[in-house]
Design a protein around this ligand. Structure first.
Ligand code: KIV
Length: 267
């Protein structure tokens, strides 16, 4: 019997090269060992340990309360499962805004936790932070457009339509050395224009089909989160409903004495 072929990991240069190779990139968030193992085995190019965990795991209304220690914890859980795909961890709110030094210190913590790259939100405002993290030899994924950490400045999670500002942000993030960028919550034509304006892969979420790849939140993709349903989400399964049904059957069987049955006991 021959051994299975060795797993070829997705590296940052591989991810970046997808653009020139006309290969579209599939990214999903994951926050724990089991989810990361499933996503990695399913063949995603990258897992994002996103600060969206503040909403879908912790139950907050925004990502703002998420701490660096919490992202590091979830990154460690994910890193134990992943054999192949790239792991990108979010720098949460408050972990890079003070200074480029703070950004580097925070990014180092996430790489020590097992991330291969970090993501941070913003364009021109965060140029020094992106440049400093890149100079520290840590790959950076940018994030422009609807940046959830700016929810209060934006007055809510609103589609961003200022084309000049978006294109300027995209160019700055690329010039600062980012190897790719998330483009979130912009009209489809703007998602396409940003993609044409830069030379690194754009990963869209609510930015239309013109981006080089897509990212979705685990709980949205699998139908596990009903807090709100953005228009850009496609639910590929209804695991929330399936889980509710399964647990209701379990409750019924425990209460009726049907479970555990003889075969579930030890002799
Ligand atoms: O935190 C997150 O999950 C994200 C994605 C939605 C892009 O930033």
């Amino acid at each position: 019997m021959s051994n299975p072929p060795p797993v070829k990991p997705v590296t940052v240069p591989d991810f970046r090269a997808a653009r020139t190779q006309n290969r579209r990139l599939a990214v999903v968030t994951a926050y724990d060992f089991t989810a990361a193992k499933i996503a990695d085995e399913a063949g995603v190019d990258a897992i994002l340990v996103g600060d969206s965990l503040g909403m879908v795991v912790q139950g907050h209304a925004t990502s703002l309360p998420v701490s660096l220690a919490e992202i590091a914890y979830h990154t460690r859980c994910v890193a134990r499962a992943v054999k192949r795909c790239l792991i990108v961890a979010d720098l949460p709110f408050g972990s890079y805004q003070e200074s480029p030094r703070q950004a580097v210190r925070s990014a180092v913590k996430l790489l020590k936790a097992g991330a291969h790259a970090v993501k941070l939100e913003g364009g021109e405002r965060v140029l020094p932070a992106v440049a400093a993290v890149v100079a520290a030899d840590i790959p950076v994924m940018g994030h422009i457009g609807l940046t959830p950490q700016s929810v209060h400045r934006m007055g809510g999670f609103k589609v961003q339509r200022d084309a000049d500002a978006l294109l300027a942000d995209a160019r700055v993030v690329e010039a600062a050395g980012a190897f790719s960028m998330v483009v979130e919550g912009v009209p489809t034509d703007l998602g396409t224009r940003v993609t044409q304006a830069v030379g690194v892969p754009t990963i869209g979420i609510g930015a239309g089909p013109g981006c080089d790849g897509q990212v979705l939140v685990w709980h949205d993709l699998l139908g596990l989160f009903d807090g709100f349903r953005p228009k850009f989400v496609k639910r590929y399964a209804e695991l929330g409903a399936a889980a509710r049904e399964a647990i209701a059957s379990y409750c019924t069987e425990v209460r009726s004495g049907q479970f555990p049955a003889a075969e579930h006991g030890f002799k």
